[in-house]
Design a protein around this ligand. Sequence first.
Ligand SMILES: N[C@@H](CCC(=O)N[C@@H](CS)C(=O)NCC(=O)O)C(=O)O
Length: 234
Amino acid sequence: MTLKLYVDRLSQSCREVIIFCKLNGIDFEEVYIELSKRHQLSPEFREINPIQQIPAIMDGKFKLSESHAILRYLACAFPRIADHWYPADLYKRAKVESVLDWQRTTFPRGPDSFVFYSVLAPTVGLPLNTKAAARTEKNFIASLAMIESVWLQKKGRFLLGSDQPSIADLSLACEIMQLEVLDEKDRERILGPFKRVLKWLDDTKNAMAPHFKEVHSILYKFKENRKPVVHSKI
Ligand SMILES: N[C@@H](CCC(=O)N[C@@H](CS)C(=O)NCC(=O)O)C(=O)O
């Protein structure tokens, strides 16, 4: 039975799962759960994921949510996935886990909230919020500085000094790509000073060509079609 991915490509957590499958030749059916229409709250989807968030997967009768858990599962459940994605070596794997956990605790406090308050809130019927965006921008910048000072090393093009990408590179790159929905001047203000992050992002895009670019094309379409929106000062 084909693997089913319940996703909306506007979500960074969903894109990482789709790209992983495409890069590794895993056959899947993409089931569109449209966040802007609240499809994740439907009774049918509650049967798939009682937490009512995406991504979620169904592999045969096995259901799983949480993007990082899904990536780990896919890396172990499917044959012939190259070791660099999720290394078998205990120490290397533990380091990959360390980046994944850091990202999950750090990004909701800054980067994710910043993009949400600056651009995405209207897609779920909420106003933009300039004060909250300014607050969370500081955390975003601190996170980018942390990537440069801790996770990117002098040797190796990828995180943790690796020569090939892991699921941590994939997940973190998909998060940072959310910045593509911002106006160019805002994106440049935030990302521009972080030359090593930009270089790593380019290396990651190239290593994951053509799927990384294809799956992210939705962000550029979203940006083109964005309507003027109301700001809240709360
Ligand atoms: N930690 C979860 C986060 C899942 C999550 O927040 N998904 C968002 C889309 S990015 C969602 O489904 N939001 C809809 C909602 O919360 O109602 C993961 O990595 O999968």
